[in-house]
Design a protein around this ligand. Structure first.
Ligand SMILES: *[C@@H]1O[C@H](CO)[C@@H](O)[C@H](O)[C@H]1NC(C)=O
Ligand SMILES: *[C@@H]1O[C@H](CO)[C@@H](O)[C@H](O)[C@H]1NC(C)=O
Ligand SMILES: *[C@@H]1O[C@H](CO)[C@@H](O)[C@H](O)[C@H]1NC(C)=O
Ligand SMILES: *[C@@H]1O[C@H](CO)[C@@H](O)[C@H](O)[C@H]1NC(C)=O
Ligand SMILES: *[C@@H]1O[C@H](CO)[C@@H](O)[C@H](O)[C@H]1NC(C)=O
Ligand SMILES: *[C@@H]1O[C@H](CO)[C@@H](O)[C@H](O)[C@H]1NC(C)=O
Ligand SMILES: *[C@@H]1O[C@H](CO)[C@@H](O)[C@H](O)[C@H]1NC(C)=O
Ligand SMILES: *[C@@H]1O[C@H](CO)[C@@H](O)[C@H](O)[C@H]1NC(C)=O
Ligand SMILES: *[C@@H]1O[C@H](CO)[C@@H](O)[C@H](O)[C@H]1NC(C)=O
Length: 870
């Protein structure tokens, strides 16, 4: 057993081992919470709407019903509960139902590749994907990820991440998602989901919701995890938006976050799970907890949770669970209605059928726990049978091509004075910075990439993969030119000579990650490094700029950074942000550096001039005692929405990105597609039927330990109970306030996956001609931002990205006609009183801006006036 995997989790376990049992239902949690933020609480919403009423899922639910209708209580409970931490090949797996051919369902990280495995691709991270603004690549990467997971026998891949949204520039995990804008997150997430699920893997959209900082995210005896206090409109228009699009794309599973929302934990918040997710958004798949983010048994079941991961209760690894045998008990004692359990299991089995996993789906042939070929089958059990755990199946295919294409198309040219770039192959180069090289301790020497050594290919934590190989910038540059001299150090060498024709290329980076690992004083969030380059990178640039008259800066970064110390220096002529490129770091960079391709990435967030340009409310809150109340007082005004409202000019605006060629956007036209003749969408069709079962409490014998020989694994989580016949329904359970078993009428804004189908009617279609007016080949992105009229009566961000399209590679002089569509929802605001999306009738007063960044929008269209260049 390779110790690195388990060692990495020790801090995580340590955090949780001290966790106190959580109150059983969300109302109790909020009562205990003396410091809850004024005005923010989470109203009850019961019962859980049953899944199965969406026509697209009907066939899968019919198949599931035949199976679930014949299941025993033990089989049902098996599929809802993980078998325990370190109890199998995957980072989590449920129990099985062998009578129906349903195996232990294997769940495995991560959003960018298979974590802790071998012979798999380490793709570029989400933030890199966002920077491509390329929907085809988003899908292609998703499909390749899904194919790799399938090849290893993974049923449920734990990605994509669309929360954090990137509200906090120092937040540790923003890089796992696609950028600090709900529309960019939404397209990134939805195309990734479609790609993954086209390969038959169940995608997991996460983390639901309000998970914007790492510190104090989890609960312990000292304090509860922080509470993200979010008002209803901000939730709908920002944080929920990408989840709605993920549900619309048919995502099979959703993972809750660790934190509270309005003082009620995400994994047992009935308003969010029963109300917003399963009713309003019409989610048909299943909801799981984040690992050890399960805080109650009956309470979470009633609030809409469907799967406990990895199954353990407050103290992991001791065979205790809030569910498993306790879920069996809560069914037998009548506290959890049988119908709720039937819905949990039906959702899980239906999703398994929906992805076709009943046919020819491989069983896991890898272990997340070790790289050795053989080892314990249940490492968490201490005494475990051993066997072959790794078959080293190579699942990479030709995915390195997609990985390189994504990394290349993400590279964002911020500045290029005197057309210094592209470099010529005979230029005399002096290369500086450890970020150009490899990890001095060896590839993958840091568990879960928990260090910043060599070129930064991804952040750290569970959202990572081992690199099968790494092409460093140094290797890729050396392969192209003999005229490069390498100084793989972060302190500028005193003896380096500078000739007047030399070009210095300086590599710097900024890292962050997940909270269970602290790197160079940064506990996930960039508390120590701030928004500056690591390892005195800013000083390295300044030193090079003093000595050389031409400097190129290459920045690998997880998120916003401050460049003010050097960006205006005379000799700093070019800056490339290469984001987090994964295994093809070097090749993707040289593709751009030497001009084989023109850069076509665009910033997926704003580059500020100063950290004080952000609102105070998006700082990391470091408060060790008492529950943190993180109130989202800036509302809708995050990233560029804030900079525009506060009238602050950033260093580089959201969406900015240059090319080696130039483009012109011309000939805009606008067409009405569906008339927007009502403020609110027409009522949705009523819901279809859901499976009906016999909801009588089953016989206690269904969860008795088997009398036949049965090798019980110590600490493994089973559905069985000693003496279940002794359990009676005589006790009274203290149900949460507002608890009810009578189904609520369908939410007004609901009616289909993602919401009322009419919200997604295309109302306008805008066409623009994009022409390559320069002298090199290249791709352009047309970004569409909406400006909503004040007649809606709400304070609304001045501009909001709602659509984008990227051209194919255009030769000089070549044009492409791009079509940008806008839906009813794209033009709507969330009306908190009516609880529905409200649009300006007939698009009156709406302006649709098209261009190259939020600050460079040369075309404007209105519904009545047509389009013009400004
Ligand atoms: C949180 O509280 C705010 C303010 O009262 C409210 O608008 C919002 O709907 C609540 N959200 C949830 C999920 O309970
Ligand atoms: C049990 O399975 C059989 C055979 O598939 C099926 O005909 C029957 O409807 C199932 N029973 C229930 C209660 O779903
Ligand atoms: C529950 O799952 C375990 C494997 O995790 C399996 O051994 C057991 O047979 C399952 N129980 C039933 C009743 O299918
Ligand atoms: C039923 O069992 C569950 C799980 O142990 C427990 O949380 C709940 O309090 C029990 N209900 C009653 C009425 O005792
Ligand atoms: C492992 O992968 C191989 C090749 O994809 C596949 O044939 C096999 O079914 C998988 N599972 C097991 C348990 O071997
Ligand atoms: C990329 O994958 C192809 C096909 O498997 C392989 O031939 C090639 O060597 C790979 N490239 C690198 C750099 O590993
Ligand atoms: C470098 O190559 C270019 C053509 O690509 C040529 O014009 C130039 O003279 C060469 N410079 C040197 C120093 O050889
Ligand atoms: C080195 O460069 C050549 C041609 O420029 C290319 O074919 C080859 O794949 C490169 N090798 C590596 C390891 O990048
Ligand atoms: C770019 O397009 C506009 C029309 O949108 C036109 O007026 C202008 O001449 C074009 N510029 C170039 C360089 O083609």
């Amino acid at each position: 057993m390779a110790p690195w995997t388990r060692l990495a989790l020790v801090p995580l376990i340590a955090q949780v081992v001290v966790a106190s049992p959580m109150p059983d239902a969300n109302h109790e949690a909020s009562q205990l919470n003396t410091r809850a933020a004024e005005g923010y609480d989470s109203p009850p919403y019961y019962p859980t709407p049953d899944g199965g009423w969406v026509s697209d899922w009907a066939e899968a639910y019919e198949k599931a019903q035949q199976v679930v209708g014949n299941m025993t209580l033990a089989e049902k409970v098996n599929l809802t509960t993980g078998t325990g931490f370190f109890m199998g090949p995957c980072v989590g797996q449920t129990g099985s139902a062998p009578r129906f051919g349903i195996p232990n369902i294997c769940l495995q990280d991560s959003p960018l590749g298979i974590r802790n495995s071998d012979h798999n691709t380490a793709f570029p991270a989400g933030i890199t994907v966002g920077a491509t603004f390329n929907k085809n690549l988003m899908y292609a990467r998703g499909r390749a990820l899904g194919q790799e997971s399938r090849g290893k026998g993974i049923n449920v891949q734990l990605g994509p991440a669309v929360g954090p949204l990137g509200r906090k520039p120092r937040g540790g995990r923003g890089w796992e998602g696609f950028g600090a804008d709900p529309t960019l997150q939404a397209f990134g997430g939805a195309y990734t989901i479609k790609g993954m699920q086209s390969a038959g893997v169940i995608a997991t959209i996460k983390h639901f919701i309000g998970y914007e900082q790492e510190m104090y995210r989890m609960s312990s005896i000292i304090t509860k995890g922080y509470s993200s206090n979010i008002d209803d409109r901000t939730l709908h228009e920002l944080y929920l938006w990408p989840f709605a699009e993920g549900v619309r794309a048919g995502v099979g599973s959703l993972m809750t976050s660790y934190n509270d929302i309005n003082s009620s934990a995400a994994s047992q918040n009935s308003k969010l799970l029963n109300g917003i997710l399963k009713d309003e958004l019409g989610f048909q798949g299943f909801v799981m907890t984040d690992w050890l983010g399960h805080y109650s048994g009956v309470g979470s079941a009633l609030a809409g949770l469907d799967m406990a991961m990895p199954g353990d209760g407050a103290v992991p690894l001791f065979g205790d669970s809030y569910w498993g045998s306790e879920l069996s008990r809560s069914i037998l004692n009548g506290s959890v209605p049988v119908g709720r359990l039937n819905d949990m299991v039906t959702r899980i089995v239906a999703t398994w059928y929906k992805m076709g996993q009943d046919k020819d789906y491989p069983l896991p042939n890898f272990s997340t726990n070790t790289l050795d070929e053989t080892g314990p089958l249940y490492p968490g059990a201490l005494f475990s049978p051993s066997g072959v755990v790794n078959q080293y199946v190579n699942v990479q295919g030709n995915h390195n091509i997609t990985a390189r294409a994504v990394a290349r198309e993400a590279i964002t040219l911020l500045k290029n004075e005197d057309d210094l770039l592209p470099l010529r192959r005979n230029d005399s180069l002096k290369i500086f910075g450890t970020d150009a090289g490899g990890n001095s301790d060896g590839l993958n020497s840091c568990s879960d990439q928990g260090c910043d050594k060599g070129v930064l290919t991804m952040g750290w934590g569970s959202g990572t993969a081992r690199l099968p190989y790494l092409i460093t910038p140094q290797e890729a540059i050396a392969n192209i030119t003999k005229n490069a001299e390498f100084h793989i150090t972060d302190s500028f060498p005193s003896d380096v000579s500078a000739n007047s024709n030399d070009i210095a290329v300086v590599f710097i980076n900024a890292d962050s990650g997940e909270n269970y690992i602290t790197v160079e004083g940064n506990p996930g969030d960039r508390t120590e490094a701030g928004l500056y380059a690591w390892h005195s990178g800013d000083d390295l640039v300044k030193a090079a700029a003093e000595k050389f008259s031409s400097v190129v800066v290459v920045y690998h970064t997880v998120g916003p950074v401050i460049m003010e110390e050097w960006i205006d220096l005379e000799s700093v002529k070019a800056v490339l942000v290469a984001h987090l490129p994964g295994q093809e770091a070097g090749n993707s960079l040289t593709d751009i550096l030497f001009g084989d391709y023109s850069p076509s990435g665009h910033m997926p967030y704003t580059i500020p001039k100063s950290e004080s340009d952000y609102p105070e409310s998006v700082s990391i809150i470091n408060q060790p005692f008492g529950q943190i109340q993180d109130t989202f007082t800036e509302g809708l005004y995050v990233d560029y929405r804030h900079f525009m409202k506060a009238n602050i000019t950033p260093r580089y605006p959201f969406g900015h990105g240059l090319s080696y060629t130039t483009f012109n956007i011309s000939s805009p036209t606008i067409n009405e597609v569906t008339a927007l003749n009502t403020a609110y969408p027409p009522a949705a069709p009523s819901k279809g039927a859901t499976p009906v079962y016999d909801d009588a409490i089953p016989a206690a014998s269904e969860v008795a330990w088997s009398s036949t020989s049965f090798t019980r694994i110590w600490r493994y989580l089973y559905p069985y109970l000693d003496n279940p016949e002794s359990i009676t329904t005589s006790g009274e359970y203290a149900y949460p306030d507002g608890y009810s078993t009578t189904p609520k009428p369908q939410a007004r804004a609901g009616g289909g996956q993602g919401g009322n189908p009419a919200l997604f009617d295309i109302v306008y279609s805008i066409k623009v001609q994009v022409t390559n007016t320069g002298s090199r080949r290249g791709k352009a992105v047309a970004q569409l931002y909406v400006e909503l009229p004040s007649s809606l009566g709400l304070d609304t961000p001045e501009l909001q990205l709602r659509q984008f399209e990227k051209t194919k590679e255009l030769a000089p002089g070549q044009s492409e006609l791009l079509t940008l569509t806008v839906t009813r929802k794209d033009l709507s605001v969330w009306d908190v009183v009516i609880q529905d999306w409200k649009a300006p009738i007939n698009g009156e007063g709406v302006k649709l801006w098209i261009g190259n960044s939020v600050a460079d929008l040369p075309i404007v269209c209105t519904v009545d006036g047509g389009c013009s260049s400004v």
